[in-house]
Design a binder for this molecule. Structure first.
Ligand SMILES: [Zn+2]
Ligand SMILES: [Zn+2]
Length: 257
């Protein structure tokens, strides 16, 4: 299994994209950049999307993916928690602002997107991958995922202000965990309100894990704010040195596995 980082930031620009990851070219975790950052041939190889929550930076490209699928007569599975699927469908996919993504276009033809409700703490097979959901901490219902195949497990925290212990103590703990570290310590109050992490909040999570004696995976900090990035990178480097953990920033086009 190989995971490519498509987007490692909380905003979109020419060279940085919304948090988004691609597993073996066929399964995307979130859909914030699958159209804006991938070529047409890469978009056509996507067969499934694992949606962490309905915030726009994570579901934005689903309507255009649906239109592509409609033209090509393909269906992409979209897995997610029922509230995330409901909200995304109501606001983006039900045909009012763009194509109706879940409607059967004509008898015998499958819809562009197939919404597949995924419960918290559920494990299922998606395209041959073992996928487990993990509850995280965000203002709207949000879940992270652990995806395993071929001896590698990769965790995706989704947007979260903490709650990493659910990954560290999971029966299939990730070898690598992509985590939301959006803002620098100076903006801690705002991060706590938005339920994203700062390096200081991550420090607390890692110290608690060390105290509990759980093994820490390789950690890649993503969903970083572009505006505050230099400050954030300095703080992440200092945290890596202080705790002597395998922690580094994830970047667009980085490949894991
Ligand atoms: Zn969010
Ligand atoms: Zn986000």
């Amino acid at each position: 299994m190989q995971v490519r980082i498509i987007g490692a930031h909380s905003l979109d620009s020419k060279h940085a994209h919304h948090n988004c990851f691609l597993i073996d070219e066929c399964t995307a975790v979130d859909a914030g950049s699958i159209m804006s950052a991938l070529g047409a041939d890469e978009q056509e190889r996507i067969e499934a999307v694992l949606l962490t929550h309905h915030h726009f930076d994570h579901c934005r490209d689903l309507p255009t993916l649906a239109l592509n699928n409609l033209d090509a007569g393909r269906t992409v599975q979209v897995h997610g928690e029922p509230p995330a699927l409901r909200t995304t469908n109501t606001l983006l996919l039900d045909g009012r602002i763009y194509t109706d993504a879940t409607k059967v276009p004509e008898p015998g033809v499958s819809p562009p997107l197939s919404l597949r409700p995924f419960a918290i703490d559920e494990t299922r097979e998606v395209l041959g991958y073992r996928v487990s959901s993990v509850r995280v901490d965000h203002p709207v219902p949000t879940m992270g995922y652990i995806v395993s195949s071929g001896g590698l497990s990769v965790g995706f925290s989704g947007d979260t202000g903490g709650a990493l212990m659910g990954f560290f103590t999971h029966p299939t703990p990730p070898d690598v965990l992509l985590i939301d570290v959006k803002l620098p310590e100076r903006m801690r109050d705002e991060a706590e309100r938005q339920r994203h992490m700062t390096p200081g909040m991550l420090r607390q999570e890692l110290l608690a894990a060390k105290e509990a004696g759980v093994a820490l995976p390789r950690l890649l900090a993503v969903h970083r704010s572009l505006r505050e990035e230099p400050e954030l990178l300095r703080e992440l480097a200092a945290l890596q040195t202080e705790l002597n953990v395998d922690l580094e920033p994830g970047y667009e086009d980085m490949v894991i596995g």
